[in-house]
Design a protein around this ligand. Structure first.
Ligand SMILES: C[S@@+](CC[C@H](N)C(=O)[O-])C[C@H]1O[C@@H](n2cnc3c(N)ncnc32)[C@H](O)[C@@H]1O
Ligand SMILES: [Zn+2]
Length: 281
């Protein structure tokens, strides 16, 4: 599927267009990027010290998303993107920090004339994203580096629970396109914080997000979505292990703490969905 997204990609070193020759993408300056056997390509400037999510986190995320625990978020992202893409500008649907490609695949299913680019750092996530949808191309990159995308590549730019680089988001978002940014609110999974020893969402996160994006984007819409979750231990385990707390609480400790929780474990999914338009350059 990478062929269909080539027009939106650029060489990370010289910014020239890329063409494909069998299992390699390359530019006129001679920079070459091998396609991974699993169907994605890494377009990285250098070697980042940040590996992205671990394989265990990616597997936990895949379990939680496939089970539909965050279906309400998927629906909100998909409906918003599809509504804007109806008579939106040319461009791909780009997902920054796409994880397994879950949200991007859902948007592409709802928008049959668009292709999608999943940008992601973690190889385990890239492997899954590459298979997530026939119109999706998965590209390895670090969102803190200049993105390997041409200017205005994105008719819709998704950023769901993932790191964001406002300057690059602004460059790649079409002037008539939108960015859909989803972040957890302090109420997100708050019921699990004490019993499982999870990290809580920093209440300063929303104002920080706003001030980072404000100089480059105007806010068109902001919606808070909450949904009650009734989880068995396995589901609560997946939800806890897919998030940033996984870096602090190991799997065995999590299992021990969950064993002490009566089922069902009740929690709340609480996110804020922002729709933003890039300001004129
Ligand atoms: C919390 S997950 C969200 C994934 C996906 N958007 C979802 O909601 O299912 C954050 C993702 O960002 C990726 N990530 C972290 N740092 C990154 C970076 N510097 N560049 C690209 N991706 C990064 C992680 O590997 C992970 O897949
Ligand atoms: Zn080049």
């Amino acid at each position: 599927m990478l062929d269909d997204i080539l027009a939106w990609l650029r060489c990370p070193h010289c910014h020239d267009p890329l063409t494909r020759d069998a299992g390699t993408l390359g530019c006129a300056q001679g920079h070459r990027f091998d396609l991974a056997r699993q169907g994605y390509v890494s377009l990285r400037q250098g070697r980042s010290r940040n590996p992205g999510d671990t394989t265990a986190m990616v597997l936990a995320r895949e379990r939680a998303l496939t089970a539909g625990h965050l279906a309400v978020v998927t629906r909100a992202v998909t409906d918003t993107a599809a509504a804007w893409l109806g008579d939106g500008p040319p461009g791909a649907v780009v997902d920054l920090g796409a994880g397994t490609g879950h949200y991007l695949a859902s948007v592409l299913t709802a928008c049959p004339d668009r292709v999608g680019v999943a940008l992601e750092l973690a190889p385990a996530a890239l492997r899954r994203a590459a298979r997530a949808h026939p119109r999706l191309g998965a590209v390895g990159c670090d969102v803190w580096e200049p993105l390997p995308l041409v200017d205005d590549a994105a008719a819709v730019l998704l950023n769901v629970f993932a790191p964001r680089n406002p300057a690059e988001m602004h460059r790649v978002c079409h002037p008539e396109g939108i960015a859909i940014v989803v972040t957890p609110t302090p109420a997100h999974l708050a019921e699990l914080v004490a019993p499982l020893g999870l990290l809580s969402v920093d209440p300063a996160k929303q104002p920080r997000l706003h001030s980072a994006l404000e100089p480059r984007f105007t806010l068109l819409e902001r919606r808070e979505i909450t949904a009650p979750l009734r989880l068995d231990r396995a589901a609560a385990h997946a939800i806890a292990a897919m998030g940033p707390s996984a870096h602090h609480v190991d799997d065995a400790t999590l299992a021990d703490r969950l064993a002490a929780c009566p089922e069902p474990i009740e929690a709340t999914a609480a996110v804020e969905v922002r729709v933003l338009r890039p300001l004129a350059r």
